[in-house]
Design a protein around this ligand. Structure first.
Ligand code: PMP
Length: 364
């Protein structure tokens, strides 16, 4: 609707308008209960229905088998940086980190507190614009897991396929915070996937964890009970009071994704949206530049700079005046970043591309 802007924020980020309107319509009196989701017991029948439906719909979207637990937790992706080694390693165990951006680097640094974390590759010296060929990285044969960040939100680097962990019983672990549910993923190739909801599937406050059940039950003794994934799985994410409202909104988003035809359909739209934006950048004759190697460019977060860098501030301000907001790059890298998650309509990307062309024409 005309009173909504095109919000290119990296997270919390734009959500489908239909989801927000549905939540609004149900807010005051949730399905005849006489109260809102925010006011009811997390152990009552209404909320039980909400969380079970959210889990079932997510399982349907990603094709998640019964071998995996699906958890709705708190603490954001950042808390999982610690929960991963605490649950999958002893302090003496090795774990490999392939770092393609600053979120993967944060995960690596946190893991050093709880296990022997190895940095097997980092793109830092090339300003995080690449992913290495998998046969060129040296994994540790005794590592318990290989950790990647599937989509680096700040640097716009996204894995298009995945490395296979080298160790005999090693598993692949992925932070999918910023591309969760943007495309089909074969969950069975991962030991664990985690994602803060606030980019692609809901509001902040809930973190989704998908973990193979046979990996659980070996948490380090110092693990806080809230971070023990076995405890969380055994209590179906209700060990303590969960973020009820956030889980409910995620459930509405999952319903919407299913109605759109599932993640293969969603991926098609995302590929199309990202394609027209990257084409506009690459076709600008160097006016706009995306530093990321073409084969690993993110379909979710598109970072670019203006070669005439003194015009960037003006670009961002003028775009905002035209209803395209939150285009400023992350404070650590500057430039422009357009986050174009599932809920960004094609019309938003088309309007941005038209604006980019017009802006360039006005600044020859
Ligand atoms: N991982 C990635 C890929 C992210 O983009 C972010 C947040 N921007 C985080 C982890 C941290 O998430 P949170 O703020 O939910 O802890």
């Amino acid at each position: 609707s005309p009173d909504r802007v095109f919000n290119f924020a990296a997270g919390p980020a734009t959500l489908p308008e239909c989801v927000i309107r549905k939540a609004q319509a149900e807010l005051v009196n949730y399905r005849g209960s006489g109260m809102s989701i925010m006011e009811m017991s997390h152990r009552g029948k209404e909320f039980d229905g909400v969380i079970k439906k959210a889990e079932a719909d997510l399982r349907a979207l990603l094709g998640i088998s019964d071998e995996y637990a699906v958890l709705f937790l708190q603490g954001g992706g950042t808390t999982q940086f610690a929960a991963v080694p605490l649950n999958l390693c002893t302090p003496e165990d090795a774990a490999d980190y392939l770092v393609t951006g600053s979120w993967g680097d944060k995960a690596y640094k946190e893991a050093q507190k709880y296990c022997k974390a190895n940095l097997i590759w980092t793109g830092k010296h090339e300003k995080y614009t690449k992913i290495p060929a998998f046969d060129q990285i040296q994994q540790n044969p005794d590592a318990k897991y290989l950790h990647i960040c599937a989509n680096e939100t700040i640097h716009g680097v996204e894995f298009k396929d995945y490395p296979v962990p080298a160790g005999k019983d090693a598993v692949l672990v992925a932070d999918m915070s910023s591309n969760f549910c943007s495309k089909p993923v074969d969950v069975s190739t991962f030991g664990m996937i985690y994602a803060g909801a606030q980019k692609n599937v809901g509001p902040s406050g809930v973190t989704i964890v998908i973990v193979r059940k046979d990996l659980l039950g070996k948490a380090q003794p110092i693990t806080p009970v809230m971070l023990d994934l076995k405890v969380q799985a055994d209590s179906a994410s209700l060990y303590n009071t969960p973020p009820c409202l956030a889980i409910y909104i995620c459930g509405l988003v999952f319903e919407d994704l299913l109605e759109q035809g599932g993640l293969a359909e969603v991926e098609k739209k995302n590929v199309h949206k990202a394609g027209i934006l990257y084409d506009a950048i690459d076709g600008s004759g160097g006016f706009y530049v995306c530093p990321v190697e073409k084969s690993v460019r993110s379909f979710m977060n598109v970072p670019f700079t203006l070669t005439k860098s003194d015009l960037e501030k003006k670009f961002i301000e003028e775009a905002a005046k035209e209803g395209m907001v939150q285009l400023k790059g992350h404070r650590s890298v500057g430039g422009v970043r357009a986050s174009i998650y599932n809920a960004m309509p094609l019309a938003g990307v088309e309007k941005l591309v038209a604006f980019m062309k017009d802006f360039q024409a006005r600044h020859p």
